[in-house]
Design a protein around this ligand. Structure first.
Ligand code: NAP
Length: 255
């Protein structure tokens, strides 16, 4: 029996570690050939590719620090050349814009560098990736943007992160209108606190950990694989009638 994403091609930005790694593994386990993008940590990206190959999947790593149009164009050129080499097609079916991340900083403490970096990682990078792949994105394809429950919170400590994730959700809705006539769905997934490197300090701190658990309806941290399952559902045929939505994958954080 063919796998759900057999013959599909996918790009996961920031697929070397964390949630992006889990997404790359999930899409590959479902049969997709996955381009695993990362910024600096070649060892982590190689491990992700090796793990995919060890379970019979197909993937390759591409180093590119995203955030500018030129970087996105270079990524698209490299990814498409490798897709052609491996599958005889330059075209992509699934784009997962996963890079992001936030800093804790109140308005009066936010530097220009911090503001620009958060906007770049959480929003500008995704915008120019989609622009770079626009003509090579297959009809009936998928764009999935990783947002955050932070987009709907009103916590002054994460003001720029909230603004940047709200922007990616607005991008998601407008892009869904733009790409809908081609049968392409565009959705966002909003994780809550997810266990892993990014949040290890939160998991390890009893007070912070308690705050997360008490504010989560399902009373625990999420796992990267639980975000990846939602992304996979949207990427698969089960997701074909869902577009322009943000799916909260937080176990019910701060309902
Ligand atoms: N973790 C959470 O609890 C949580 C909660 C809500 C939302 N999110 C969102 O989920 C997404 C993934 O978060 P995460 O915590 O899993 O991230 P992470 O562990 O920090 O993963 C970062 C990955 O992204 C790559 N990366 C970072 N900046 C990049 C850039 N400019 N260009 C290319 N690659 C870049 C890193 O490459 P290197 O390995 O080379 O550094 C790494 O592969 C983000 O959008 C984040 O905002 C996370």
């Amino acid at each position: 029996m063919p796998k759900e994403l057999e013959s599909k091609t996918a790009l996961v930005t920031g697929g070397g570690r964390g949630i992006g790694k889990a997404i790359a593994l999930r899409l590959a386990a479902s049969g997709a050939l996955v381009a695993v993008n990362y910024a600096h940590n070649s060892a982590a990206a190689s491990q992700t590719v090796a793990a995919i190959e060890a379970s019979g999947g197909d993937a390759f790593a591409i180093r590119m620090t995203l955030g500018t149009e030129s970087a996105a164009r270079e990524l698209a050129a490299k990814a498409c050349a490798e897709l052609k080499r491996r599958r005889g097609t330059e075209r992509i079916d699934i784009i997962v814009n996963n890079i992001g991340g936030g800093d804790y900083a109140r308005l009066t403490d936010v530097s220009e560098e911090q503001y620009d970096r958060l906007m770049s990682n959480n929003c500008r990078g995704a915008f120019f990736v989609v622009k770079a792949f626009y003509d090579r994105l297959n009809d009936n394809g998928r764009v999935i943007n990783i947002s955050s429950v932070g987009a709907r919170l009103t916590d002054p400590n994460i003001i720029v992160y909230t603004m940047a994730k709200a922007a990616i959700e607005a991008f998601t809705r407008v892009l869904a209108a733009e790409l809908g006539p081609r049968g392409i769905t565009v959705n966002a997934v909003g994780p809550g606190f997810t266990a892993g490197e990014t949040n290890q300090h939160v998991v390890d701190d009893p007070t912070m950990s308690r705050m997360v658990i008490d504010n989560t309806a399902l009373r625990r941290f999420g796992q990267p694989e639980e975000i990846a399952d939602v992304v996979h559902a949207l990427a698969s045929s089960a997701g074909r009638w869902i577009t322009a939505q943000t799916i909260d994958a937080s176990g019910g954080f701060k309902l």
